[in-house]
Design a protein around this ligand. Structure first.
Ligand SMILES: C[S@@+](CC[C@H](N)C(=O)[O-])C[C@H]1O[C@@H](n2cnc3c(N)ncnc32)[C@H](O)[C@@H]1O
Ligand SMILES: Nc1nc2[nH]cc(C(=O)O)c2c(=O)[nH]1
Ligand code: SF4
Ligand SMILES: [Mg+2]
Length: 230
């Protein structure tokens, strides 16, 4: 194939349709986490995750799912008429073509957020995307997976989230806050593991220590208990 043929082939509808992602669910709800909390949002949950946080609330996204063409995902997102889209998982960045989805969602004019574990390189994520990047605390069982070089890829509109299961996790989070000057980089969120640490206890620790972080609870769990698809 000549160079020109290759260019034509790469822009045919068949090639576009070939850009597929494995998806667990697409649903329309109220954003329950991070800076866009409260906005009506369409969630695109990608299947698969290389981590196994012990308290993970979306284990149902580890396996299964269905292949969807990116153009079909865009059409389904549009059908809900929301201005915000949240790409989550599973670990969305475990599928390389997630980067294309993020770019196309931004091109379509949505306010796009990406929930990511912090274990995979975020450097190629479209800069228009608001990254919500976890740092995994020790009780998750996955803190060795934190990719610390990701911190230098964060933009002022991004967020760092630490999900806290115990006083030990809290103290680790305080150390990371100081050691990596986290609050100077972007907004930092501390969130209790649902059903583990008492939310009020975490709130009181933050107040007592005068931390420059934003306390966060998962709003969708208050609204709909633990129901999937919300
Ligand atoms: C299910 S994860 C999917 C995206 C990505 N794998 C990650 O870990 O960020 C989305 C968010 O839910 C949080 N999360 C998962 N289980 C939780 C729980 N039991 N309590 C509080 N937050 C939880 C994660 O820490 C993460 O911030
Ligand atoms: N309502 C609602 N808000 C969310 N924000 C982040 C979620 C996630 O699972 O990543 C989530 C979710 O599952 N539901
Ligand atoms: S990285 Fe995210 S999806 Fe994967 S196990 Fe941890 S919380 Fe669950
Ligand atoms: Mg969730």
């Amino acid at each position: 194939m000549s160079g020109d043929d290759a260019r034509v082939a790469s822009t045919t509808p068949a090639a576009v349709v070939a850009e597929r992602l494995r998806i667990t669910e697409i649903f329309h709800s109220i954003q329950g986490e991070a800076d866009a909390i409260g906005w009506r949002t369409v969630f695109v949950r990608l299947t698969g995750c290389p981590l196994r946080c012990v308290w993970c609330d979306t284990e149902y996204s580890f396996y299964g799912g269905d292949w969807h063409a990116i153009e079909d995902i865009l059409a389904e997102v549009a059908s809900h008429g929301a201005g915000h889209v949240c790409v989550t998982g599973g670990e969305p960045l475990a599928q390389k073509r997630c980067l294309i989805l993020l770019q196309k969602l931004c091109d379509a004019g949505y306010e796009v957020s990406l929930e990511t574990s912090g274990a995979l390189d975020v450097s190629a994520v479209d800069p228009r995307v608001h990254k919500v990047m976890d740092l995994k605390a020790p009780d998750s069982g996955e803190s060795r997976r934190n990719l610390w070089s990701n911190l230098d890829c964060l933009l002022p509109h991004d967020q760092i989230k630490i999900v806290i299961a115990s006083r030990g996790d809290y103290e680790w989070a305080c150390s990371m806050l100081a050691e990596h000057a986290l609050a100077d980089r972007c907004m930092v969120l501390f969130s209790p593991v649902h059903g583990a640490v008492q939310p009020r206890e975490l709130a009181e620790w933050i107040i007592a220590d005068r931390l420059p972080v934003r306390f966060q609870m998962q709003l969708h769990k208050l609204l709909w208990n633990d129901a999937a698809g919300h």
